[in-house]
Design a protein around this ligand. Structure first.
Ligand SMILES: [Zn+2]
Length: 462
């Protein structure tokens, strides 16, 4: 080994081989050289003191709504990636529900040009397979993967992107399976949602966002969709990553399918469903939507935590979905057509580290669901999602003991609010490194727009 490397991260505990190891970590150029013992003589041109801290692989999130193009008043690649860097996230993949929606190679290429100039973390694009003939062309041009929405109430659940007819899903799955790329899916029984909404409002319930949230999160609205989608996945062999799996019934079906040997089937849950409570919905209003109805159901919460810990849930993703507070007013006026969702990146890792302190999941599980498994989904492991010799030097130094209060004032997301406002959190990222360069230190993002590198789709056969 050379007697000098670019960076030596000293005195920390480094996450290697599934646990924390007392070691210094060496980085040269964009890559991890490896861990060394404290008394190893090699010097770093830069030395970073991580005493009392942990060094984790950079977090990876395949569920960003960067809002580009078309909705830049909510977010853009710079502010989205700044929020990611602040939160210890080094790779993101964005979604196609923008304006114009990403349904052709041309729109994908145009978005990629904007992101290349403005994104400061590594990024990819999930595209919409609504135009079947575009699927092979997308794969050839390097799209990271695909996203299907079954939901179609109104933007951001853009009806132009919705595919809920089984024959269309079957056709898209078949074509995507041939590319070997991942297909993310928001499973949803829109017809049932609409019917139950009509009946509920006719029975005298107010047509407000609380009623909407109670129906939108109903177990049957999700599991009845998942039941059908799993059959189409089995038949076509598409690499399917199911999103928003907070339904107890969906988790039961997915667990059974995996036990039966399903190949290429993974799923995710996102924070807003299993963190935000009744009280948040009462006190914060639409900021916390559609939260509360799951966290107040002990059986569902137990199913989610059990699934995170036993591997039924493969990833915890952000669904980082910023809307302005004015947009949320529209949601308040008409929740069935107005936009909802919440920015997540700034605080997501801290929310999960707080759960580690509460004993809800181990640090190893957190790394598995927020770094290793997302890297596997994208075909990047162990180049990303690990701190092995030769891995990209993407890492986050975190202070596990730091107690602090989340607030709107400190977030980088363009909309400048967080659904976790006022929450006392324990654990905070204090330094983020992407490919050997520090992009955040002590809460200040220093990464430069354009530093991010594109994550091309990696075909994997199941
Ligand atoms: Zn989303």
């Amino acid at each position: 080994m050379a007697d000098q490397v670019d960076v030596r991260i000293c005195n920390g505990r480094v996450f290697i081989g599934g646990g924390l190891v007392e070691a210094d970590l060496l980085v040269t150029g964009e890559k991890v050289v490896g861990p060394v013992t404290r008394d190893h003589p090699v010097r770093g041109r830069t030395e970073i003191d991580a005493a009392g801290k942990v060094v984790l692989p950079g977090m990876i999130d395949p569920h960003a709504h960067t809002r580009v193009p078309g909705y830049e008043y909510k977010e853009d690649f710079t502010t989205c990636s700044q929020a990611a860097a602040a939160g210890g996230i080094t790779t993101i993949v964005d979604m196609p529900n923008v304006e114009p929606p990403t349904t052709t190679v041309k729109e994908y290429e145009e978005k990629k040009v904007i992101a290349a100039r403005t994104c400061l973390v590594d990024w990819g694009h999930f595209v919409s397979p609504t135009k079947l003939d575009q699927i092979p062309a997308f794969a050839e041009s390097g799209a990271t993967g695909f996203k299907i929405f079954q939901v179609k109430g109104g933007y951001p659940h853009d009806p132009r992107l919705a595919m809920d007819e089984p024959e269309r899903i079957y056709a898209a799955f078949s074509a995507i399976a041939r590319t070997g790329l991942p297909c993310l899916m928001h499973p949803f029984n829109q017809g049932l949602m609409d019917y139950i909404s009509d009946v509920t409002v006719a029975s005298g319930k107010p047509r407000d966002f609380v009623t909407f949230s109670s129906i939108y999160t109903m177990d049957v609205v999700w599991r009845s969709a998942v039941a059908q989608v799993l059959e189409l996945q089995r038949e076509t062999g598409v690499r399917l990553h199911l999103l928003h799996t907070h339904s107890q019934g969906s988790l039961r079906l997915i667990r059974r399918a995996k036990a039966d040997g399903a190949q290429g089937l993974t799923c995710a849950v996102d924070l807003k469903y299993f963190q935000l409570t009744d009280r948040d919905l009462r006190e914060q209003g639409p900021r916390a939507a559609p939260g509360g109805f799951i966290t107040s159901d002990p059986a569902r919460m137990e199913a989610i935590w059990t699934s995170i810990n036993d591997g039924t849930i493969d990833t915890i993703d952000s669904d980082h979905a910023p809307h302005t507070l004015e947009d949320l007013e529209r949601f308040k006026q008409d929740p069935w057509t107005g936009p909802f969702g919440s920015p997540q990146y700034d605080n997501m890792l801290s929310v999960l580290l707080t759960d580690v302190h509460r004993g809800k999941l181990s640090l190893a599980t957190l790394v598995r669901v927020f770094s290793e498994n997302p890297a596997r989904l994208l075909g990047l492991y162990p180049r990303k999602g690990a701190l092995l010799p030769g891995s990209d030097a993407d890492l986050v130094v975190a202070d596990l003991d730091k107690e602090w209060k989340a607030s709107d004032e400190t977030v980088y997301t363009k909309v400048k609010w967080t659904p976790y406002r006022g929450w006392t959190l324990k654990g905070k990222p204090v330094l983020t490194m992407l490919r050997g360069s520090v992009i955040m230190q002590d809460g200040k993002v220093t990464g430069k727009p354009g530093y991010g590198r594109y994550i091309e789709g990696v075909p994997q056969r199941v």
